[in-house]
Design a protein around this ligand. Structure first.
Ligand code: URA
Length: 421
């Protein structure tokens, strides 16, 4: 099929056959389709949206554009995908927890970009932890430990890398079918059998409104089920950060606290909801999940001893932001908090930039909470004052004390299974 015909047909709003979608994706990867032609296809898809069948064809073609991982027979292969947020360290707890529950978790994760943190950056706060395992090491770790958390190889869904960059340039990222194809192609290429999706909603999330979040969750579930996988989605709050720690090393510390049965209540509650098994709480409390986490860290080259006070990025200074008056917390605006952590150096704007693992924020305020003048709201971990003023300005605007308690989204907003869509 010729790209000129495909574009003419897309322009008329015609439903595309599986073959036409496949021809588009393989032409993009083989570069027989030019970047302007690919951009035009994306713009048509953005403007007129795609049906479930077209989105499934896109997902399959993108999955098959690279290596599809296969694993030996064994316990169910699970994974979780979060659409990203501020303070979201759930993967670090959930992967070993699922193993303690008898599942396997081949988790391929990403780096942070902009105001959202990345699981790999957090794990790299553990000295020695390798996120670039090759296929042999991935297989060995899955076999010996039951889970790994490592980075995407270039051979995994290469079509997504190309199309995502083009979507960024052409302002077509925010298309629900294109997001669905992008997320699911990478997860299907991991060879998982059961996918749990955490679709975040709020100022710190990709989807800022519950309606858009629900639409994405429903399409993800429909298309993933059509692809033959077990799937469910949770719609969860990201109008304020998850947990207290926002950064890298401090997020690992908080994940470890959760793995030891403690940690902030919202982090624990969300992890248990995503785990979806009544036995999960006991496995956090009795240390079983923590033991698996330590085995995973060790298998991936990390220094397990460093989990107790030896993480990378030490030597930051602290600045405490306090309430300037009595009142109630009106908002802890997740985007402002994420941006503050970003400017301090915890995040990056280009994939190749380094991050400072030590800087970040400890948030002591929750929306609706009563506070007294002088009470600590946020502890800023900064490196020699770098960008401290900018971070403080963001925090002053984003963490507010008001006469009336503010309201926040409930943490667990909705659950979407195949029967609901
Ligand atoms: N995350 C992805 O992996 N892809 C998108 O398109 C959006 C968020």
């Amino acid at each position: 099929m010729h790209i000129e015909d495909i574009l003419l047909s897309m322009g008329k709003g015609e439903i595309q056959s599986d073959e036409a979608v496949q021809a588009f994706v393989s032409g993009v990867v083989s570069e027989t389709i030019s970047r302007p032609q690919a951009a035009a296809w994306l713009a048509f898809a953005f403007a007129r949206t795609l049906s479930d069948a077209e989105t499934l064809a896109l997902t399959r073609a993108m999955t098959d554009s690279g290596d599809v991982m296969t694993w030996p027979d064994g316990p169910t292969l699970m994974d979780k995908h979060s659409t990203g947020g501020v303070g979201d360290k759930v993967s670090l707890v959930l992967a070993p927890l699922w193993v303690a529950l008898g599942r396997r978790v081949p988790m391929i994760s990403g780096r942070g970009l902009g105001h959202t943190g990345g699981t790999l950056d957090k794990l790299e706060a553990i000295p020695g932890y390798r996120t670039d395992l090759d296929q042999d090491a991935l297989e060995r770790t899955l076999q010996d430990v039951g889970c790994f958390i490592s980075g995407q190889t270039r051979a995994l869904a290469p079509a997504d890398r190309i199309l995502y960059a083009l979507r960024n340039e052409t302002q077509t990222v925010a298309s629900i079918p294109l997001i669905t194809g992008s997320i699911l192609s990478k997860k299907l290429a991991e060879g998982v059998e059961h996918l749990v999706l955490d679709v975040k909603v709020g100022s710190g999330a990709f989807m800022t409104s519950p309606e858009r979040g629900a639409a994405l969750a429903r399409m993800l579930v429909r298309v993933c089920a059509l692809a033959g996988k077990q799937v469910e989605a949770h719609l969860t709050a990201m109008d304020q950060p998850l947990g207290q720690a926002v950064g890298n090393a401090n997020e690992v510390e908080e994940a470890v606290a959760c793995l030891r049965g403690g940690g902030p209540a919202d982090l624990r509650a969300l992890t248990l909801a995503l785990a979806g098994d009544p036995r999960a709480a006991d496995l956090l409390d009795n240390g079983a999940a923590m033991e698996i986490f330590e085995r995973m860290v060790h298998a991936q080259g990390g220094d397990v001893g460093a989990l107790d006070g030896g993480l990378r990025g030490a030597g930051c200074q602290e600045h405490v932001v306090v309430a300037e008056r009595d009142g109630f917390i009106g908002q802890v605006h997740a985007l402002s908090v994420g941006r503050a952590a970003f400017v301090l150096g915890a995040g990056r704007s280009r994939a190749e930039d380094p991050v400072d693992h030590g800087v970040g924020l400890q948030i002591h305020a929750r929306v609706g909470q009563k506070v007294d003048r002088g009470q600590p709201l946020v502890t800023v971990l900064h490196r020699d004052g770098h960008a401290l003023d900018e971070a403080l300005a963001l925090l002053r605007a984003g963490v507010t004390v008001t006469d009336e308690p503010g309201t926040a989204f409930p943490l667990l907003m909705d659950h979407v299974g195949p029967a609901d869509v």
